[in-house]
Design a binder for this molecule. Structure first.
Ligand SMILES: Nc1ncnc2c1ncn2[C@@H]1O[C@H](COP(=O)(O)OP(=O)(O)OP(=O)(O)O)[C@@H](O)[C@H]1O
Ligand SMILES: [Mg+2]
Length: 628
């Protein structure tokens, strides 16, 4: 607003000169046209008047000729004496003369009665009068010739010629009058032209003034244009300077940001990024230049190993990343190849591009991961504590129950021994019943032993054992139903530090479970498969992998999480301590166990044992197991 009001204040008045110039030019043109018109009128009038008087002059010459014709018979008759003929010729010439004279006079009478016209008319009267004198003298000459008096006639000849000379004099006078009139006309037209000449000077002066004003105007215009051009250049320079200042401020601000800054245009091409951003992605630093397409950049990130999370599913990761990038707003955490964590925040700009901020959250992430680890450890400890509580409770119950049951069982066993003694060889038919009682008593005793075994804390006694050989012997001792075959795939052939007795329990429990599953009367295979158990050993990096696989009924998915819980069993004769005991012993050996199972396909239990047992390896998991 201020600029506009200043412009208005400073607007110069001299531009009004332009209108003055226009008015003067218009005036000059009109004047020139008027001048031209006037000159043409004068010329036309001059030509017309001149032509008119030239015609009259030629008529006068014609009159002189006719006067000559009237005069000639008067002279000729003196030679040929034929008065009648010559009189006839004279009369004919006279008639023509008079007709021409009358026409000329009538024409002059019809004109305005200027002194010149009046003078001419009176001249015509004089001509006529002289002609009358000449005609009457000629009549006398004809009469004397007719009367045969030629001498008398010749006397009048001189009179006739004098009259003829008078006629010619009068005609000459009229001619002079006409020349005078023509001259006057010419002078008056010259006078008019002279007056117009003054007007010409006026127009010339105006043109001169116009030229001067145009020169002044042009000069002024040139100055104004030069000033305007200088102002324009100054403004452009100021604009460029302020633009450069703004750019440098923006650049400075972007470079001073804590995090990485990146901007993409509407076509998703890189516009700019700061040094922090370039440092965050050192592997693709060469591509962080204006014009690089976002997709090309992240493809290079993936190809150069900057995005570990994309490994193995590159195309899917790229598609997801582009989708998030093009959404209105997105935030994600990204782990880089060198382990750093970056928080990626992106947002659409008004022009359809994307602005992104990258924050290095490695420290926070480290803390978070540490926290998560601590939390996991806490959960595991809590879980262990709960298990410990449950097991200690179980231990107490088992201790009490086994103590309470052992004595009655001993009493039953002793009593039954006595009964066997008393009935042996007497064919009383109680042998089978006594056998059944013995078997069940033994089973009860075994269950009590199992419970006590599981709950009792026992130190491991580990010694290096050739795994494959030992496993072969152990398997040979385990009885499996005849319908089930056991296949050995021993590929390890090395020593492992094991507690023979405890580890034997693992093998027995797993093979028993597999055999029981394969021989389960309630399961019928969907095909005619050979019911097989595969026991396999192999080296796996720093571990030994021992797996027991069967192609039995499998374990439903919802049951899988429960099978390692103490006392969980699906068997009518089972206690549910087999797998918990297996896990306990595996962990005591510093190993882990996992299970994979598919219904009607089979089950695989895999044990991972460290190949090199650390000195404390046996004690520490054992302690954990004790706690558990
Ligand atoms: N190889 C297997 N195939 C199918 N189910 C299995 C297999 N191994 C274990 N199970 C399931 O896991 C449950 C728990 O097994 P676990 O060995 O702990 O107890 P159990 O065999 O039932 O009794 P026990 O204490 O006599 O071993 C079993 O009841 C069974 O349902
Ligand atoms: Mg079992």
């Amino acid at each position: 607003m201020k600029l506009r009001s200043e412009t208005r204040e400073r607007r110069p008045k001299w531009h009004l000169l332009y209108y003055v110039l226009a008015a003067l030019v218009t005036l000059t043109i009109c004047g020139s046209l008027y001048l031209n018109h006037s000159v043409r009128e004068i010329y036309q009038a001059s030509v017309a008047v001149n032509q008119e008087w030239a015609q009259r002059h030629s008529r006068l010459l014609e009159l002189a000729q006719l006067a000559q014709d009237v005069n000639a018979p008067g002279n000729d008759v003196l030679d040929d004496h034929d008065a009648d003929k010559e009189q006839g010729l004279r009369d004919a010439a006279l008639a023509k003369f008079e007709t021409a004279l009358v026409q000329l006079r009538q024409e002059l009478v019809s004109k305005p009665a200027t002194p010149e016209v009046r003078s001419l008319i009176s001249s015509l009267y004089e001509i006529n009068s002289a002609m009358d004198t000449m005609t009457s003298t000629t009549d006398l000459i004809f009469v004397y010739v007719k009367n045969g008096q030629p001498e008398e006639a010749a006397r009048y000849n001189a009179t006739m010629d004098r009259a003829f000379g008078q006629v010619l004099d009068e005609i000459a006078k009229s001619e002079a009058v006409i020349r005078g009139i023509q001259s006057d006309n010419f002078q008056s037209q010259l006078g008019g032209a002279g007056r117009l000449g003054r007007f010409e000077y006026l127009i010339g002066s105006v043109i001169f003034v116009v030229v001067i004003l145009v020169v002044l105007y042009g000069h002024r215009m040139q100055k104004v244009m030069a000033a305007a051009e200088a102002e324009r250049l100054r403004l452009i320079a100021a604009l460029k300077e302020s633009e450069a200042t703004a750019q440098s401020r923006l650049h400075d601000a972007i470079e001073s940001m804590n995090g990485g800054f990146v901007l993409y245009d509407g076509e998703d091409r890189l516009v700019m990024c700061n040094e922090n951003y370039r440092k965050m992605y050192p592997e693709t630093r060469d591509l962080n230049v204006t014009g690089t397409r976002f997709e090309d950049l992240i493809r290079a990130d993936v190809a150069r190993g900057q995005v570990p999370e994309a490994a193995g599913r590159e195309e899917q990761w790229l598609a997801e990343r582009v989708r998030a990038h093009l959404s209105d707003q997105s935030t994600s955490e990204q782990q880089l190849g060198d382990g750093r964590w970056i928080l990626v925040s992106e947002r659409r700009t008004g022009e359809g591009g994307v602005v992104g901020i990258r924050t290095d959250i490695s420290e926070r992430k480290q803390t978070e991961l540490q926290l998560q680890k601590t939390l996991d450890e806490l959960n595991a400890a809590t879980e262990r504590l709960a298990r410990q509580e449950r097991l200690s409770m179980l231990g107490q119950v088992a201790g009490t129950v086994s103590h309470e049951l052992r004595n009655p069982l001993s009493a039953i066993r002793n009593s039954m021994a006595l009964v066997r003694q008393l009935t042996v060889g007497k064919a009383m038919g109680v042998e089978r019943a006594i056998e059944r009682v013995d078997r069940n008593v033994n089973r009860c005793a075994r269950i009590i032993d199992d419970i006590l075994d599981f709950t009792r804390v026992r130190e491991l006694t580990r010694e290096p054992i050739k795994l494959d050989a030992w496993l072969g012997e152990t398997l040979a001792e385990i009885a499996v139903p005849p319908s089930v075959s056991v296949r050995r795939e021993f590929l390890f052939d090395d020593e492992v530090a094991l507690d023979r007795e405890r580890f034997r329990q693992i093998v027995v429990n797993l093979v028993d479970n597999a055999a029981q599953a394969l021989a389960d009367a309630g399961w019928t295979p969907t095909d005619d498969r050979q019911r097989t158990i595969i026991v396999r050993t192999e080296a796996a990096g720093p571990h030994v992998r021992l797996s027991v696989t069967d192609n039995g009924p499998g374990i439903p998915q919802d049951r899988l999480p429960k099978i390692f819980e103490p006392l969980f069993t699906t068997k009518s004769f089972g206690v549910g301590l087999g797998l918990p005991t297996v896990r306990q012993i595996v962990e005591q050996h510093g190993g882990t166990i996992d299970v994979e199972s598919t219904v009607d396909v089979g089950t695989v239990f895999t044990i991972w044992l460290p190949r090199q047992a650390a000195p404390a390896a046996g004690a520490e998991p054992a302690a954990q197991a004790q706690v558990a």
